[in-house]
Design a protein around this ligand. Sequence first.
Ligand code: BGC
Length: 766
Amino acid sequence: MYLRRNLSVLLLLLTGGLTNAQTSNTAKVESMLKKMTLEEKVGQMAQITLDVIGKGKDRFTSDEPFSLDEKAMQKALVQYKLGSVLNTSNNRARTPQVWYDIITKIQQSAMKGTKNGIPVLYGIDAIHGETYTAGATMFPQQIGQAATFNRSLVHKGAEITAYETRASSIPWAFSPLLDLGADPRFPRQWESFGEDPYLVTQMGIQAVKGLQGDNNDVDNPSHVAASIKHFLGYQVPVSGKDRTPAFISDQALREYHLPSFQAAIAAGAKTIMINSGIINGVPVHANYNLLTKLLKEELGFKGLAVTDWGDIENLYQRDHVAKDNKDAVRIAINAGIDMSMVAYNYEAFCDDLIALVKEGKVKESRIDDAVRRILLVKYELNLFNKPTTNPKDYPKFGSKEFEQASYQAAAESITLLKNTDQVLPLNKPVKILVTGPNANSMRTLNGAWTYSWQGEKVEEFAAKYHTFLKAIELKTGKQNVTYVPGVSYKMDGKYFEEYADQLDAAIAAAKNADVVVLCLGENSYTESPGNLSDLYLSDLQTELAQKLAATGKKIILVLNEGRPRIISKFEHKMSAVLQSYLPGNFGGDAIADILFGTVNPSGRLPYTYPQFPNALFTYYHKPSESRSTTEGVYNYDSDYNPQYIFGQGLSYTTFKYSPLKLSTSTLKKDEILTVSVEVTNTGTLDGKESVLLYTSDLVATLISPDVKRLRAFDKIEIKTGETKTVIFKITADDLGFINPEGKKVTEDGDFTLQIADQKINFTYNQ
Ligand code: BGC
């Protein structure tokens, strides 16, 4: 026994703690690296978009139907020996068979045409399902997945996405997005798991595990390599607009933005994409401290770091921290970038990088480090032996089973924010007016990254699924439903362009209805095209809501939006409010089931819904942000005044929480605090309840503590009349915060623990 243990210790020491498979992949990488010329190595570090090697009039567009341009492919993959290709062509989804044909040809060109036969690593934005594959299962966008507060649904969604991505012959997904969605103005908040660091971290781990497999066995042809993104601090620029400067202290970076990435790296994420923005004046792609010191040295990230789109060029073209392309390449590669998502101008990237190495401005050891990381992912994915995966081996692609998983996620994401006088569910047949620009659109249900980048082609690919209108008609009978749009989006315009579309007719129709289902929100957008200058919901939609309210009819507001557009001008006139986020292809069915009570809603808001544009908070704000008055002559207004709080979410049943029980009232350093609470379903319907545990640190040294922080959650199903006990385990580490020196500390002192309306205090004493 003793001998065996020592032998294994010795082996672990010799192999640096690697498993057999890892050792052999590492050995393969080293042996390949020895055979490679500088040109080959640099080629591996470049990634191009598919249009570059497609037949067409230029690099930016390909002919339809798509076909590869042999000459362009020869130049890119054989002459320049490029390591990676991304994206689709002409910004549209392809069938799995077309993907298979394209990638087979790409791999043949790269592997047969070159001496070392290194396969291409194909990457794609599989964002809420395999974005660019026709027939793939589209899930709720991440913001809705977060609202489910159900880890297993996120895991399942990612697992199915991996399967369908491989069914399209693609082994690498640029997902999940682990940015903190803490700013409702940002055009990608909906791509995040919301504003809370713990929720983002927990769901991020599930997404990585779902994509890569629980054991990170990405050689399994149902798994893909994940690319967590966008490292680091992407979603909180000062202006609220995409790719503009953010100012984030080191303390805040580590407290709020780092944990999700740190946990996903610890969970085994194979690749990471870098934040396209600028933090404290420095473009992140040029930041050695973040990319090498923090990411690679401190966090020990062994995978590959890829730029975001064109971000090395951005260093000179946009940010002016480099004088030309060559200077930009030098800065980014020396900062720690392993692969450049060049997109188009790969010749300049490769030629400049080769010259820089020859001039001694980039060390060959840096190139070797980058190429090692790239090759390791390729070996781990088993691409050398199996460079493509064939759709015929993926019988479950687009299956009913997968669709059911998407429906389930949508049903658990939808969040009932308000339900005056229990207007919902609609128990008996009533005459319904369905109206609003989001009532009859598959595009708005899905949002961007659906069959195309901005989502404008959704109707073409998703015709067989049900819009809100269609699903409501199917549920209650067409004879009970009148539809008048009232307002419509300009489908060929900018996402925010809309026009009055029989607005007066909609008001007139309301008079003949018992209930109005008003579907408002946003059209699809992402990245800079989704920038926004006014967080209020549009004037036209507001007008529609107000005029409908003036009829005196009961209005059920169904929100379908990527970020919380402010509705305070008319919210008080709505009888019920349902947030559907961007629920995917089954969002219409899920809403109809919730409206008519077939499904009891159980989503919870994963962000704070603001009431005013100049009052944007996260729930974990500082005490100074939620003081309504202060003693003395001053009576100032710094009210914390959201429309709906983080975690808000009603049910058609009621839950009662027992007083909290703690295993001890004084937690010691290496002990565990066990918290238990009984939850009883006191209503008349079975329901699901997310139990959220918060703690508050009552006094902290120098750093003003957040008013409260989510530390644990669980979702349970409780039948009517039933009681369930929920148990959480809290450690000292869970209670810590990042101090001004950037170190995580848990200080002795008093804490409050809160679950629903129950609170209890305890002490931490090392
Ligand atoms: C986005 C990334 C995306 C990449 C590749 C970029 O513009 O910021 O999130 O993965 O494009 O399509």
